[in-house]
Design a protein around this ligand. Structure first.
Ligand code: HEC
Ligand code: HEC
Ligand code: HEC
Ligand code: HEC
Length: 516
């Protein structure tokens, strides 16, 4: 939508004296063309393809099972993209709407601005693919010869369709357009880890001894993986945001004074290299978690460290591993990672408390962000966005968020550090905290507290927003929480994975190490 404004207003044609004349002419043409298109012409594959020339749509359709199948059946563009014909009213209104919008877009917008990749994401696709169209043809989800995997998944679908707003494309997003990388809901087996070498020659690599309170480089024993830990001095700060801060929410208040002991915090969010080291090293050990895990989304008592099961599909979403933040793991998996790291390094690693997190993110500042700037300038929300694009210059040098992320996580080098030397505290991925989420947490404790930690609640606190967030939600004080059921929506396994979420991509974590 942003893109539309920009190109619309900057087109030369709209700047001359003939503005209104042309506008009228265009509108006239648009309406005539639109009506014509919608009534007769707009139903054929050819008409869709006459505009949708970006080759991936046609080619991928032809490679999909809806064109290229054993029965030789061809499923047309409108069979999926419009409600079924027997729902006459919605079929034709949807058609008129799609037609008008597409023609208008075609006439007025600069095609280089269309974000087709973004439109392919599940979040967009559910808006334009009516679920009833899929069901119109696939009225029996348990046909003869169907695989066990499909039976389990479809039973789950029927049970949870309403509750979780599950749709066919929640699991079959590639149905209409073939995508070789789409492996959702299928167990992919262990990933290939080129960066994590398990080599006995590395046995001499031992954890870094820490004797002083200053930054250090940790060495994961027996591997090539290292990472930076930053010494964060203890102190007091104002946690939360004042009522007058733009986009302030009630849960961020009242502002209270929190005193914290010193701790070390990882310079960057836990990377895939670090996470795969854990995965590889714990792979052979027991994988049976205690029975109470996930009953009520709670933390189990773990004696022996078990390692994650293989993820679904590619957990990196095809965005790349290495230094990119590890994502899609559960809170339980993140905590198990910390326990494992503590065990192999002989230090005490854990998730940050919510207070430690905000203290670290602020780096001594009391402003909405740790850099200069008003959230209203950067945000897509709010009145002025109708006329001007959101500012991105200042914020983009520090934060990977909705307006600069290209819809995916980025490596830590893409941004500058905060005053403590920490990167990506705001944006990139949301980070798990050690606290349970309580919207009234600040009210309950009153004005002054030391090392607070909330233990009661169902969901966990997550902080910092992610690559898709609006600028309003990457303020230092902005709070958020896990959504356990929704994030496991399409996990087809019974019982569901305790290690990986199937439906959230912007979640990861960062670790702290306690000062001895
Ligand atoms: C007159 C040219 C034209 C025709 C014909 C056309 N489209 Fe489009 N279509 C566009 C443009 C331009 C956009 C981008 C619109 C935007 O981003 O606002 C678009 C966007 C879309 C989207 C993106 C999803 C969305 O809702 O934004 C879908 C899906 C789509 N068209 C399907 C179809 C189908 C199916 C047909 C055939 C029935 C079709 N289009 C015919 C020009 C056309
Ligand atoms: C006009 C009827 C029709 C519509 C609408 C339709 N399908 Fe299909 N679908 C088919 C046919 C025909 C096949 C191919 C069966 C075969 O293999 O011969 C198929 C195959 C499939 C398969 C199996 C693909 C594979 O890899 O084996 C899936 C999954 C599927 N459809 C999902 C969907 C979803 C999701 C939608 C809605 C977006 C949808 N279908 C809409 C008729 C339809
Ligand atoms: C919770 C995830 C999930 C949902 C939701 C879901 N499916 Fe499936 N579906 C699967 C899995 C897993 C399989 C088996 C593996 C595969 O072929 O992809 C499957 C297989 C299929 C197949 C191939 C069956 C065969 O011949 O083996 C079709 C067709 C299909 N689904 C259609 C649908 C339709 C239509 C809907 C919506 C009404 C739907 N699915 C909803 C997960 C799901
Ligand atoms: C079996 C159902 C199905 C059929 C048939 C189908 N589509 Fe789609 N289409 C989808 C789904 C699901 C998405 C969203 C996921 C994706 O992009 O693959 C989509 C996405 C799109 C998009 C927006 C995203 C992008 O990558 O550009 C366009 C445009 C589009 N389809 C056009 C077409 C056209 C044109 C045809 C006919 C040649 C067609 N579709 C046939 C299901 C279908």
């Amino acid at each position: 939508m942003k893109v539309r404004k920009k190109h619309f207003f900057t087109r030369k044609i709209f700047k001359g004296k003939s503005f209104y004349l042309l506008l009228g002419l265009f509108l006239g043409i648009a309406i005539v063309v639109a009506l014509y298109q919608t009534s007769v012409y707009f139903s054929t594959d050819e008409s869709c393809m006459s505009c949708h020339v970006h080759p991936h749509v046609e080619d991928s359709w032809k490679l999909s099972k809806h064109f290229n199948n054993a029965s030789g059946t061809k499923v047309h563009c409108v069979d999926c993209h419009l409600p079924p014909r027997n729902h006459t009213w919605s079929h034709y209104t949807a058609k008129a709407k799609l037609g008008m919008r597409d023609v208008w877009g075609y006439l007025t917008k600069d095609s280089t601005g269309f974000e087709w990749d973004k439109l392919s994401e599940i979040e967009s696709a559910v808006k334009y693919i009516p679920n009833k169209s899929c069901k119109e043809c696939h009225h029996n989800l348990f046909p003869e010869g169907v695989t066990d995997e499909a039976v389990i998944a479809h039973l789950y679908y029927e049970e949870n369709e309403e509750k979780l707003n599950l749709q066919c494309i929640s699991c079959h997003l590639d149905a209409g357009h073939y995508n070789p990388n789409y492996k959702h809901s299928k167990m992919a087996g262990a990933p290939v880890m080129s960066s994590v070498t398990i080599d006995t020659a590395l046995y001499f690599k031992t954890a870094t001894p820490v004797t002083e309170f200053k930054n250090f480089t940790e060495q994961v024993p027996g591997s090539l993986v290292t990472f930076e830990m930053i010494a964060v001095p203890g102190g007091s700060f104002k946690m939360g945001s004042p009522d007058k801060e733009a986009f302030h929410k009630e849960e961020e208040g009242p502002v209270r004074e929190v005193t914290l002991s010193p701790f070390f915090m990882s310079e960057v969010e836990v990377t895939w290299d670090m996470y795969w080291a854990f995965y590889v090293k714990t792979m052979s050990e027991g994988r049976t978690p205690p029975a109470n895990v996930f009953a009520n989304n709670s933390r189990p008592d773990v004696d022996a460290i078990s390692g994650p099961t293989p993820p679904f599909g590619f957990p990196d979403q095809g965005w790349g591993g290495g230094n990119r933040p590890a994502i899609t793991m559960t809170h339980y998996a993140a905590e198990t990672f910390c326990q494992w790291l503590s065990q192999v390094t002989g230090k005490k690693y854990r998730l940050p408390t919510e207070a430690e997190w905000e203290y670290a993110a602020r780096g001594g500042t009391e402003t909405p962000y740790f850099f200069e700037g008003n959230p209203k300038t950067f945000s897509n929300e709010g009145f002025w966005r109708k006329f001007f694009d959101a500012g991105t210059d200042v914020i983009s040098s520090y934060v990977i968020y909705g307006n600069d992320s290209k819809n995916r996580t980025q490596e830590p080098d893409a941004v500058k550090a905060n005053p403590f030397g920490l990167k990506n505290m705001l944006g990139n991925v949301m980070e798990y905290c050690a606290d349970k989420y309580d919207p009234q947490a600040y009210q309950k404790t009153g004005g002054k507290v030391t090392d607070p930690l909330v233990r009661e609640g169902t969901e966990w606190v997550v902080r910092g927003g992610n690559y898709a967030s609006d600028a309003a939600d990457v303020r230092c004080a902005a709070r958020d929480f896990s959504r356990h059921d929704a994030w496991l929506k399409t996990d087809p396994q019974q019982p569901k994975s305790i290690w990986w979420y199937s439906d959230i991509r912007g979640i990861g974590f960062r670790i702290v190490c306690e000062k001895e």
